[in-house]
Design a protein around this ligand. Sequence first.
Ligand code: SF4
Length: 64
Amino acid sequence: MTFYCKNLEINTDQCQKLHGDCIMGRPGCVLEGRVAVSDVLQEKIDKLAADQRKRVQKRQTAEG
Ligand code: SF4
């Protein structure tokens, strides 16, 4: 199966919708909840969520 996403900037492998790495099935992705993701892809999605939580905590700490 071949899939092409109109949000993908091919030259940089970046998602123009989510302004970050194209990780199919990530939160906000057009494929979220529509496809089964591999273990490797799920690890990337989990890492992305963990990184986002860290950024939020860091911002909240900086704001006091
Ligand atoms: S993350 Fe999803 S919406 Fe964004 S470019 Fe990749 S497949 Fe498309």
